[in-house]
Write a protein that binds this ligand. Sequence first.
Ligand SMILES: C[S@@+](CC[C@H](N)C(=O)[O-])C[C@H]1O[C@@H](n2cnc3c(N)ncnc32)[C@H](O)[C@@H]1O
Length: 215
Amino acid sequence: MNNAMKEHWNKIYSSNDIRGLGWYEETPAPSIKLLSKCDIGKEAAILDVGAGATTLIDYLISDGYTNITAADISEAAIGKLKERLGEEKSALVKWIVDDISQPEHISQLRDVALWHDRAVLHFLLEESQRQTYFSTLKKVVKKDGYAIIAAFSMAGAKKCSGLDVVNYDCNMLSERLGDNFELIEAFDYVYHTPSGNARPYIYTLFRKKVSLLSR
Ligand SMILES: C[S@@+](CC[C@H](N)C(=O)[O-])C[C@H]1O[C@@H](n2cnc3c(N)ncnc32)[C@H](O)[C@@H]1O
């Protein structure tokens, strides 16, 4: 666990109203759009990596998904999300406090039908962290499963929450995922922060192939 990062994010979530955070979405519309392209049932295992206090979890519950896992390095973030959901809805979600760059628990998961990451991968600045991120994704996502990855695009900001980020385009993500993942859809999306600043993202949806190539 990267304790400095954990402390950073705990401080952010403990000292701010989540609705004012520079990534807060009233409705996670671009993620919902890509989710609608996934051929998965309501019982499919969905993992939101670096969930923070995302409203995607509220959406998934209200849309009838029953196998949702929310993971984040910050227990304060998870606490805020649980607080908003309330006890009854929180009990419908599996919760994991873990660091995706050195996972202990996320890496134990299997047969994930949908990996969702909005604005987490781009914080991994070291190559070894990125390698761990992608090898974990490849291991836990089942054949035929999906990955939605949304990151700051090449035209996007170079920092978020006071931290440096790595900017991505669709090809960089395709290369990282390799031949066993097929790109289903990608689009640019400009999110506006609560204070009105434009934050260009690249949104991607990949599907893991059924017959895998040996690499
Ligand atoms: C910019 S926020 C995005 C939160 C959420 N995905 C959303 O769209 O609202 C980044 C989130 O990633 C989490 N995070 C940062 N580094 C992480 C890591 N190494 N492992 C797991 N979570 C991490 C932070 O605690 C924070 O909740």
